[in-house]
Design a binder for this molecule. Structure first.
Ligand code: PEP
Length: 229
């Protein structure tokens, strides 16, 4: 299983350092075959030591250069960061990243040998139209995306379940993962209000290879409750 923590715009450099130190001490509690990945905010990226991977929540598809306010390969490599989150619905919806921009980012970081956690997810109005509408919406988010990469992980995150406390049901996760797995052959995470009280039923679903977690990852205690569930 893969347990990925997305801090979003939470935690400072100081609180992230405390978090990583506490997390490192507890990595002996996870199963050897499980993986933990943490995405702190850009200002808190560093070369943290521990049995976990540190990734970037976002970056610009260039090595360095005249891109004010952005972070490139040079800044990530300073800390040995080779994992990135691409396509998160907050970047699509709030930051206005189009599928074209996302695909460009994806191809660039793929060509640079990065491990990519690529996020897809449908809004509520699409979910309410039924399985076929969900399938065609989600598959459109693979436009321009090479899904054969060895270092690719996909995260299915229904937008209506992110940060709302309303996770998708086991049936919704199961049928959507089954549909996605018939198109892509890479690890598939579920994300959307994963909490200590629903983790067991979610990771038991066939086709769920791990979870991407926002809110419940912000405290080491509750994130570890997921990792050790
Ligand atoms: C996320 O941001 O990817 C996410 C799943 O958030 P939350 O766990 O808070 O719903």
């Amino acid at each position: 299983m893969i347990f990925a923590a997305n801090f979003k715009m939470n935690h400072t450099r100081a609180t992230t350092a405390d978090y990583m130190q506490a997390l490192a001490k507890r990595m002996g509690e996870k199963r050897v075959e499980d993986r933990v990945v943490v995405f702190p905010p850009a200002t808190a990226l560093d070369s943290y030591k521990g049995d976990f991977t540190v990734g970037a929540q976002n970056a610009y598809p260039a090595t360095s250069g005249a891109y004010t306010g952005e972070t490139g390969i040079v800044q990530l490599e300073e800390f040995g960061i080779k994992t990135i989150l691409i396509g998160h619905s907050e970047r699509r919806e709030i930051l206005g990243e189009s599928q074209e921009v996302i695909a460009e980012k994806f191809q660039f970081f793929l060509s640079q040998g990065f491990e990519i956690i690529y996020c897809i997810g449908e809004p509520l109005e699409v979910r309410e139209q039924g399985d076929e509408a969900v399938a065609s919406y989600l598959l459109a988010q693979f436009e321009g995306i090479d899904t054969h990469g060895e270092k690719l992980i996909v995260a299915y995150e229904p937008i209506w379940a992110i940060g709302t406390g309303r996770s998708a049901t086991v049936e919704e996760i199961s049928s959507t993962h089954k549909m996605l797995k018939s198109h892509i052959n890479v690890p598939l995470l579920y994300g959307g209000s994963v909490k200590p009280n629903n983790i067991q039923e979610i990771i038991a679903v066939d086709g769920v290879d791990g979870v991407l977690v926002g809110g419940a990852s912000l405290e080491v205690e509750s994130f570890m409750a997921l990792v050790t569930a």
